[in-house]
Unconditional design. Structure first.
Length: 291
């Protein structure tokens, strides 16, 4: 697994960099970069990590990331199998926060845009009619336009975002950005180990050894860098994967409990309600009724 990468856009002469991603799976490592990023998922499912937020994603997922917020998309297991028909597709836009110059953001009439960029440092997910309009504009972006046309397109997208009430801030206010790349690599190694082995309930001793720390030091370190305890993070990984199995509707709920690493059905129900806000059966009914 590659370490966390700080991606730097060297295409400074253009308004934005447009990427149309079509890969077996999305880049699976925690990373951050000085550019802002807008990512629209076209195909693919899995779990999205943004700061200390963790949610399932599916086609249509649209998030605006401010500079330097750690994030990554972990596709479901089928996307990592050598023989698989699954593919991950997305449209990704990278641009600098100061692409119009620092003075622009100080103008009084730009307060809504300034607020948008401030909130983007926690990651912003868009929904509803706002997302529909943003999807339409993003899908028609053309990387071969001249700089003025590109600027108009990007400003139009940002205007919709700034005026939208149909959005959600993902990472909590208390999340501390890990700015040391070596520390991010350590956290990435820990995250990937937990994600790959969550069903077997990796012990605190096992995971702290990955970080080359004592269990007590690791507990403090993990809480400081993820804004949650190791047990909370492990349970959220389990519940995120339980959500997929519930939507697939191929296994009884009682079996899903054990498939994702819980040994007690009552505990599974309690954790699911705490993290998702409804019971597993309610969650399944809600999603199956929409399909």
């Amino acid at each position: 697994m590659k370490p966390l990468l700080k991606i730097i856009n060297k295409e400074q002469q253009d308004v934005f960099q447009l990427m149309r991603v079509c890969e077996p799976h999305f880049f699976p490592a925690l990373h951050f970069h000085p550019e802002c990023e807008i990512m629209l998922v076209l195909k693919g499912t899995g779990i999205r990590f943004v700061g200390d937020s963790m949610e399932r994603f599916q086609p249509g997922d649209l998030v605006f990331y401010g500079r330097d917020i750690p994030h990554f998309y972990r596709n479901d297991r089928s996307f990592y199998q050598q023989v698989s028909d699954s593919a991950a597709q997305a449209i990704v836009i990278y641009f600098r926060e100061d692409f119009l110059g620092k003075e622009f953001w100080e103008l009084p009439k730009n307060i809504q845009l300034k607020k948008l960029f401030t909130n983007s440092k926690r990651g912003i997910k868009f929904t509803g009619k706002s997302k529909t309009e943003l999807e339409r504009q993003i899908k028609r972006l053309d990387d071969h336009k001249d700089s003025l046309a590109k600027l108009i397109d990007l400003l139009s997208i940002l205007q919709v975002m700034a005026n939208s009430k149909e959005c959600e801030l993902l990472s909590s206010r208390g999340f501390v950005l890990p700015i040391e790349e070596n520390e991010c690599k350590r956290m990435n190694d820990v995250y990937q180990h937990i994600i790959n082995h969550y069903v077997s309930n990796p012990s605190l001793e096992e995971v702290s050894a990955i970080a080359n720390m004592s269990p007590s030091a690791f507990c403090r370190y993990f809480k400081q860098h993820s804004n949650k305890t190791y047990t909370q993070f492990l349970n959220e990984i389990k519940i995120g994967n339980a959500c997929k199995l519930l939507i697939d509707n191929k296994l009884p709920i009682s079996q899903i409990c054990f498939e994702v690493g819980f040994n007690n059905f009552t505990h599974f129900n309690g954790q699911f309600r705490r993290i998702i806000g409804v019971t597993p059966s309610q969650y399944q009914r809600q999603h199956l009724s929409m399909s």
